[in-house]
Ligand binder design. Structure first.
Ligand SMILES: Nc1ncnc2c1ncn2[C@@H]1O[C@H](COP(=O)(O)OP(=O)(O)OP(=O)(O)O)[C@@H](O)[C@H]1O
Length: 235
């Protein structure tokens, strides 16, 4: 369970508000977050695993405060970035997954076996010894997901995980995320994907302006965007 209690974020340098005080309890297995560029979606998502900390209020995951128990929270919450390259560090696929496991499995051989099993699970076993740089964008995203899942999180926060992928990979990674037997919070500009969630948050100008039925959320977001576009056209 993810609980925001009046959690607010400001820009560290300027003190400009990025996220207004936000109170939410997220228990659904599939939650999507949509909104315009720069509206505050990533900030909201990053609060969940403590990548961003609130300046006031709190965020708790299964009762653990992200401010006080960051390491424990990060073990529970896996984070998938838009650009997988941002989280792939090691030269080869198997080494990268093994790196993710270094705190969980101390024995080297057992760690390599677990890394290979994670690659198999996601359909990347044949790429185990391939350079991370030689993988396609879609394969890199799968590899990043393998690293996240190998650590057995109970929640995955995915920040626009399919934005850089072509249609085929988008469908593949999207289906895979939907099939995971854990809570998935997805920030997305893919409104079809957003509408498949159980609950959708619409973020606008640093505020959650809608929280509820995904189809209604998508409609409200379209109205917001097109309303704004037509205001801009007449201005
Ligand atoms: N560390 C920071 N310092 C200053 N401003 C920041 C910081 N982090 C985010 N912002 C600003 O806060 C706003 C919200 O950023 P955020 O990344 O959460 O938006 P977003 O909705 O995820 O955008 P996008 O869809 O483009 O990824 C933006 O205007 C961004 O420039």
């Amino acid at each position: 369970m993810i609980e925001f209690k009046d959690a607010a974020v400001v820009a560290p340098d300027s003190g400009v508000p990025i996220l207004e005080p936000t109170t939410l309890t997220l228990t659904e297995d599939r939650v999507s977050i949509i909104g315009a560029n720069g509206s505050g979606k990533s900030t909201l998502a990053r609060l969940i695993n403590g990548l961003v900390l609130p300046v006031s209020g709190s965020v708790e995951v299964d009762g653990l405060d992200t401010q006080k128990h960051g390491a424990q929270v990060r073990r529970k919450v896996g984070y998938l970035f838009t650009d997988a390259s941002a989280q792939l560090i090691m030269p080869t696929a198997i080494e990268d997954v093994a790196l993710s496991l270094r705190r969980v499995i101390k024995n080297r051989r057992e760690r390599d076996d677990a890394a290979l099993a994670a690659l198999k699970e996601i359909g990347l076993a044949s790429k185990a010894d391939v350079s991370v740089n030689a993988l396609s964008g879609g394969q890199r995203q799968l590899l990043a997901l393998a690293g996240v899942l190998a650590c057995t999180p109970s929640i995955v926060v995915a920040d626009e995980p399919t934005t850089l992928l072509d249609l085929r990979w988008r469908a593949h990674v999207g289906a895979l995320l939907r099939s995971l037997p854990l809570q998935v919070i997805e920030v997305t500009h893919d409104l079809d994907s957003a509408a498949r969630a159980e609950r959708t948050l619409v973020v606008d100008l640093g505020r959650v302006v809608f929280d509820g039925d995904p189809r209604e959320a998508v409609q409200l977001y379209r109205d917001l965007m097109f309303g704004r576009a037509s205001q801009g056209a007449t201005a």
